[in-house]
Design a binder for this molecule. Structure first.
Ligand code: ADP
Length: 383
């Protein structure tokens, strides 16, 4: 087992695609780190650079204390599992798991012992003599993991290993993966574009966009304290609502507010006027963010921002409504799945009466739930 340290990594493919940019990342010994980001952001490239399947354009990769820059994949002591895990169909499960040991000339007795250990851990004992084609998707995935882990690699690299499984199985295999990883204490880097998978699996999650690292933190921290508007809007279903505003002059009691185009009254943001940050001076342009679950919906006879319900998504245990307000939200993720551009999303629990399309409502944006970002998108961290 070993830590993985990446410093100043750049990858430019021969066709000029700059897939990874000036990236630093440290994975602790025994840690499970997830690389998360939209398709094409450079996650797989980064994993392949760690594995040695692609040459670096610049930077260094250390596995443990060893710089592995010049070393081919088989000298790096890492095991990789891909989305298409390509088991050998003509071999039994036992043969598949033991294959990497046979290739390395490990003696038969030792091989048997190691295969038995891994198959017990992965609960594959009953299918050791079966051929992969007769197994379920989840079992095949475990065989692929077994084949990778049997060598006791220093690090385990997983490239979207769960994406071929159906939703229910994916949850199950995800839990197993977590259990096995903990049990073995094997340093793991896991690539996915699925935020639920990332947040539930990772000790820490590295969010990437356009080849750059955006934030590296435990999942809950990413959600609660996103470092920038991209992370804020990328995480969550739907992501954080964001809209443009300008800092207003402090009000009589010294607390701060923002003016939002289309709203007559300034919106209090829950910061007292003694906070010193030049990005908060009156007139400064900012983005304001609020999570859909923090938006409050009240009757249109009550005080709040007036709006109209334009869309309702029923999600079983809860519903998400999309509300047209006097101001528009902005989409800073360029993600195709932002369902309702310009509308504010609010997540309601089932106690709420089913809202009607077209209904006039009032929205409250509690000041304690608002987050502020500068116009470069960087979070303005408040005490
Ligand atoms: P992700 O895993 O996040 O989807 P990738 O690492 O696969 O992203 O790709 C990052 C970028 O590099 C994309 O623009 C992709 O098209 C490009 N890319 C990936 N592999 C190659 C390659 N072999 N040659 C040229 N460009 C590539």
């Amino acid at each position: 087992m070993a830590s993985i340290t990446l410093e100043g990594i750049d990858k430019i493919y021969p066709d000029g695609t700059h897939a990874v940019r000036d990236l630093d990342l440290a994975v602790a010994d025994g840690e499970l780190v997830v690389l998360l980001g939209p398709s094409g952001c450079g996650k797989s490239t980064l994993l392949r650079l760690i594995a040695g399947l692609e040459p670096l354009s610049s930077g260094t990769v250390h596995i443990g204390n060893r710089c592995v820059n010049g070393e081919p994949p088989d000298r790096r002591d890492v095991a990789m599992v891909f989305q298409n895990y390509a088991l050998y169909g003509h071999m039994t499960v036992r043969g598949n798991i033991g294959f990497p040991l046979r290739m390395r000339g490990v003696a038969r007795d030792e091989r048997r012992k190691r295969v038995a250990e891994i198959s017990a851990m992965l609960e594959l004992d009953d299918v050791l003599d079966a051929r992969p084609g007769t197994l379920s998707g989840g079992q095949q995935q475990r065989v692929a993991m077994g084949r990778a882990l049997v060598r006791h690699p220093a690090a385990f690299l997983l490239d979207e290993p769960l994406s071929n499984l159906d939703a229910r199985l994916r949850t199950h295999v995800r839990e197993e993966l977590r259990r096995i990883q903990r049990q073995l204490g094997v340093t793991t880097v896991h690539v996915t574009h699925d935020q639920v998978e990332a947040l539930s699996l990772g000790d820490r999650v590295a969010v990437m966009r356009d080849g750059r690292l955006q934030q590296y933190a435990p999942g809950q921290e990413l959600y609660e304290r996103p470092a920038n508007t991209f992370v804020a809007a990328f995480l969550g279903h739907p992501g954080m609502n964001l809209f443009e505003a300008a800092m207003a002059a402090p009000s009589g009691d010294g607390s701060m507010a923002v003016s939002v185009p289309g709203l007559a009254d300034p919106l209090p943001v829950g910061i007292d006027g003694t906070v010193r940050d030049e990005r908060l001076t009156a007139g400064a342009a900012i983005f304001v963010g609020i999570r859909p679950e923090d938006v409050e919906l009240v009757g249109n006879d009550q005080a709040g921002v007036p709006g109209t319900i334009e869309a309702v998504e029923e999600l079983g245990s809860e519903r998400v409504i999309h509300v047209a307000l006097p101001f528009a939200t902005v989409d800073l993720t360029r993600s195709a799945d932002s369902t309702a551009p310009g509308l504010l999303a609010a997540r309601l629990d089932r106690q709420h009466r089913a809202p009607q399309l077209g209904a006039r409502v009032a929205i409250r944006l509690p000041k304690g739930a608002l987050r502020l970002f500068d116009r470069q998108g960087r979070a303005i961290d408040l005490p």
